[in-house]
Ligand binder design. Structure first.
Ligand code: AMP
Ligand code: ZN
Length: 501
């Protein structure tokens, strides 16, 4: 593995693969967005924060990225398959709202939460209801290719035929199709419209009471849940694009069926790389309201929950998320959050001090070499499947070096300005551009340190003028008074620098 190249754990092949874009310099990335029928939960936030860091890192590498993240506002049924009510319509009845009011309400809430977590907006955020025509066209293409059939106004994807012709079906989720089929044959009687129980709806006939429905060649109905992502990714990224992402729980049936639909429509696999984020747990167990084992983002921010000892700010929660790899489960615990709070404050404090250093020394080979190695490792870690915890740990290894400079420890205050500038740049790029953190204490700390730096520049300037005018009494007075305050002035070829003793 070359640490200069980006490697991605591809869920499709289960291999860590070197990333090669289809078109040099450009990346098309599709991520399944939320179904907007209720408040966004912390698990969703973990997934979208993970993809935000991936998006930011790809931008950092210089790619022009088209990041498409959809809003599911129709077709996602309560059983996550072809049974039950539409999740949005169910909520609309419950809240006595128009379905589109439900969609707007929870889309707004989702956007607000994404802002709270300081994530970048996607390039395109298409809605399923805005792409009914594209979905109908895709159903037609799959029918034309003989991989779907109409039954009683609904259209089903023929999984048996597809699987018999194509080895791809089951590859992503690792489901053994033979098993699926023998098991399904037993259930055949139960599902009279389907030729086979593993077939799934790509168009569903709506009954009279159904709230969201459209005309189609087959019936007044609505698209199957999986279809929107196939249709919208094709529309905005083409039939074949670079990256497709989502949470682990979407591998089957959603993503497996998405691949089948794309193959069924154009005989092309949609994405080269599939990235799946792992689930958020709490206290070692699945987060579930029914189990009294859940917490909302708001409860975290206010501290209003029996599961936590205090409130945690959004950036602390985000920092906590970054401290685990997107592909591992993340276990939310009070102890973990407390540790994240300490870490976050420590690194932000070091960064604030670092950004204000303007008095590089004559250089120290050992320390500078160590700094250079850690900076390179931080990048190598991100290149290794976006390993944020490892990359962060390199920055943490740099913190004692920065603090030793602050304490004026021998060797450390000699670091050259050039290396300090590189360090400044690294911290600023990683913490803010790539990880998308904000310094929540910046206003206080930075305002003071930038004012302090400004004042010091002014004093150094006045002293320089005094010296030019051979006004030794003023220049000595400034130096002596600063010395009393433990502020050291160093005159060099490139001017005068100051340091705190
Ligand atoms: P949904 O709104 O349920 O379609 O989910 C939106 C995204 O959040 C999908 O990519 C899901 O896989 C992901 N997601 C749902 N639950 C969790 C969880 N507990 N941890 C991490 N991601 C999740
Ligand atoms: Zn999707």
């Amino acid at each position: 593995m070359n640490t200069q190249d980006l490697y991605i754990q591809n869920s499709l092949t289960r291999e860590k693969e070197k990333f090669e874009p289809i078109e040099e310099g450009f990346i098309g990335m599709y991520v399944c967005g939320p179904t907007v029928y209720s408040d966004v939960h912390l698990g969703n936030c973990r997934t979208f924060v993970s993809f935000d860091v991936i998006y930011r890192y790809l931008l950092h590498l210089g790619y022009k990225v088209r990041y498409v993240r959809n809003i599911t506002d129709v077709g996602h049924l309560t059983d996550d398959a072809d049974q039950g009510e539409d999740k949005i319509a169910k909520r609309a009845k419950l809240e006595k709202l128009e379905p589109m009011e439900v969609v707007q309400k929870y889309t707004n809430g989702f956007h607000d939460m994404m802002d709270v977590f300081n994530t970048k907006k996607p390039s395109i955020e298409p809605r399923a209801t805005g792409h009914i025509m594209e979905q109908i066209k895709m159903v037609e293409a799959i029918l034309d290719n003989g991989l779907a059939y109409e039954s009683n106004g609904s259209v089903y994807f023929n999984t048996v035929k597809f699987a018999s012709e194509n080895e791809e079906y089951g590859k992503l989720s690792g489901r053994v199709i033979d098993e699926l089929m023998s098991e399904s044959r037993d259930d055949l009687k139960k599902q009279d419209e389907k030729q086979h129980p593993s077939d799934f709806a790509i168009w569903m006939r709506a009954d009279e009471t159904h709230l969201m429905k459209w005309e189609s060649p087959w019936s007044i109905g609505f698209p199957g849940w999986h279809l929107e992502c196939s249709a919208m990714s094709t529309k905005y990224l083409g039939e074949h694009f670079d990256i497709h992402g989502g949470g682990n729980d979407l591998k089957f049936p959603h993503h497996e069926n998405e691949i089948a639909q794309n193959m069924g429509a154009c005989n092309c696999t949609p994405a080269n790389y599939w990235i799946h984020t792992n689930m958020l747990l709490m206290n070692g167990r699945k987060m579930a309201k029914s189990d009294n084992n859940s917490i909302t983002p708001e409860q975290l921010f206010t501290g209003d929950s029996e599961h936590i000892s205090k409130a945690y700010s959004p950036m602390i929660v985000k920092f906590f998320m970054l401290q685990s790899h997107y592909g591992s489960t993340l276990d939310l615990t009070d102890a973990g959050l407390l540790a994240a709070e300490k870490g976050y404050k420590r690194i932000m404090e070091a960064n604030r001090y670092l950004q204000a250093i303007e008095n590089g020394g004559n250089g120290n080979e050992d320390v500078e070499e160590k700094i250079g190695t850690l900076i390179n490792q931080a990048q190598a870690d991100m290149n290794d499947d976006f390993n944020t915890p490892k990359s962060l740990s390199r920055l943490f290894e740099l913190v004692p070096i920065i603090n030793s400079h602050k304490d004026g420890k021998e060797g450390f205050s000699d670091i050259s300005q050039q290396v300090i500038d590189k360090l400044k740049q690294t911290f600023s790029i990683y913490l803010f551009d790539i990880f998308g953190l904000k310094d929540e204490f910046e206003s206080e700390g930075n305002a003071i340190s930038s004012k302090f730096s400004g004042l010091m520049e002014l004093i150094i300037d006045i002293r320089k003028d005094a010296r030019t005018e051979k006004n030794w009494s003023t220049s000595d007075k400034i130096r002596d008074k600063l010395q009393e305050l433990d502020i050291q002035l160093k005159d060099g070829k490139e001017g005068t620098h100051w340091s705190l003793n």
